[in-house]
Write a protein of this length. Structure first.
Length: 497
């Protein structure tokens, strides 16, 4: 009899906690990267020397992973910042087109790559928020006269810490006359490829001449561009538990993955079709990610769903949890600051919750009526994701959305239709399709906003409870231990049979 997935077949569920601990300690203490690297090399050598002892091999292997994570954490903290708190003349590259306008000023993301010192350019490397009354163009470089200051201020230490972990180390105001384009300067096309694709897709959507509210919602859900959303609409979506619809994340990548896999259903009927479907699906998922401007949340979700695509593809892997842990480990080692990013935490927990809890929840409500099963499957996904993210949602936002579970099937369907029709127009902007696509998008966005606004007014839409940090951590640690024990006991019972 085949042994099902157990902890021995999921080694990454053991490695991931070690990586997490290494990142947390690396963020807590200051340590030279070369000391951690020497520790990793020493422990790795010891694990080989003492490989005859399982205890020593496990101990030194664990310490090797821990020290390697520490090394990467310290290396990623290294950069060459520009001078702060004094006037400078610098070369800045505009690397993002998600400009936010407030009070007549535009805030965009810029990379400071050089500072003029004694008629020479000194190379630096720093990502900042650039605030200017003009609209600097994506992919161009400018000479800027500015003073870089710290992000946030007194009372905003938490916000500043979050921004630093996202790579932002300062902000600067530049007057209209202090920003001059450098004509012959070439910005790396790789750095701006994603934002450029997003910009072109946004321009195609604009050709539909949608009403402002429908246009803003379509761009937010399809491309991750939230600049046009009103603060009242954002508040309604947040209160009703549907705010995740406004940012390209796991749900949107999941919609695209579902749409792609539905269109590719015939492929598994041919020899090797499963593998072909997976290759095409993963490639198209990443193409869509580029269309969203390759936002960090979209990239993380794409990695997760690429892993899930492999995990659920024709029994190519019997351990989806192992693949999800592997993708999380890779993303954390590539950028240790991901651990402290709320969107990463929610993405990983939601996808993991769906992988573990979806089938048991779906079986509870499964019937003989196909259309009811389809509706119940959407509810099961929402319930699984809500359960998995409830502790951290409670800790961060002070509430757990309840009504969001009930409205999820409806808003997911409207979001699915809006994203699908928007993508259809972006891919095939044929004029005779315009009227039909425009009508569908306006209709479903109006329905969606009506549902969200109705629910947001109800006092019982969410449970107001704030779980402190330590209990939140304990809850997830107990969940990990429970998963490990469950799979071990299940494997033992089947082996005995």
């Amino acid at each position: 009899m085949r042994v099902p997935v157990n902890i021995d077949n999921s080694p990454l569920i053991k490695i991931l906690p070690i990586v997490v601990i290494g990142i947390v300690i690396g963020d807590w203490i200051e340590l030279s990267w070369w000391i951690a690297a020497i520790g990793a090399a020493t422990c790795s050598l010891c694990s080989v020397v003492f490989r005859g002892s399982s205890i020593a091999r496990t101990l030194y292997g664990t310490l090797t992973i821990f020290c390697t994570t520490l090394t990467l954490s310290e290396l990623q903290a290294l950069n060459t910042p520009a001078p702060h708190h004094r006037p400078i003349e610098a070369v800045v590259e505009i690397i993002d087109n998600s400009t936010i306008t407030s009070g007549g000023y535009n805030r965009t993301t810029a990379k400071v790559v050089g500072v003029y010192e004694d008629e020479k350019i000194v190379a630096v490397d720093e990502k900042i928020y650039l605030i200017t009354p003009t609209s600097p163009e994506l992919g161009k470089a400018y000479k800027a006269k500015m003073t870089i200051g710290d992000i946030g201020g007194e009372g905003y230490e938490g916000y500043a810490r979050v921004m630093r972990r996202r790579g932002y180390t300062g902000s600067a105001f530049v007057g209209a006359e202090g920003l001059q384009e450098i004509k012959d300067y070439r910005v790396s096309s790789f750095a701006t490829f994603g934002p450029r694709m997003q910009q072109r897709a946004s321009e195609r959507l604009a050709r539909l001449n949608l009403p402002p509210s429908a246009m803003a919602l379509s761009k937010a859900m399809t491309l991750g561009a939230r600049e046009g959303l009103s603060s009242d609409l954002k508040a309604d979506y947040s209160r009703s538990g549907a705010y995740h619809l406004l940012a390209v994340s796991g749900l949107h990548i999941g919609i695209i993955a579902l749409l792609i896999n539905t269109l590719l259903i015939p492929l598994p009927l041919i020899r090797g079709g499963h593998r072909v479907r997976n290759i095409i699906a993963i490639a198209l998922i990443w193409l869509y990610t580029l269309l969203t401007g390759a936002a960090p949340s979209a990239v993380r979700s794409s990695v997760m769903f690429s892993g899930a695509q492999i995990a659920y593809s024709g029994s190519m892997s019997r351990s989806p949890i192992n693949i999800l842990c592997a993708t999380a480990t890779i993303m954390l080692l590539a950028n240790t600051n991901n651990l402290f990013d709320l969107s990463f935490q929610l993405s990983f927990l939601a996808v993991t919750g769906i992988a573990i809890l979806y089938n048991p929840i779906y079986r509870l409500g499964k019937s003989n009526i196909q259309i009811i099963n389809k509706l119940w499957s959407l509810i099961a996904v929402a319930v699984a994701a809500t359960i998995a993210t409830a502790p951290i949602t409670s800790h961060v936002f002070g509430q757990i959305p309840i009504l969001g579970i009930l409205i999820s099937p409806f808003v997911v369907v409207t979001a699915y239709i809006c994203v699908a029709m928007s993508m259809l127009w972006i891919i095939l902007p044929i004029e005779f399709l315009a009227d039909g696509v425009r009508w569908v998008i306006i209709t479903v966005t109006n329905w969606q906003n009506t549902i969200v606004e109705f629910c947001a007014d109800k006092w019982w839409v969410a449970v107001d409870v704030a779980i402190p940090l330590l209990p939140t951590i304990i809850i997830y640690l107990l969940a990990v231990v429970g998963i490990i024990v469950y799979h071990q006991q299940k494997a033992k019972r089947i082996i005995q049979i």
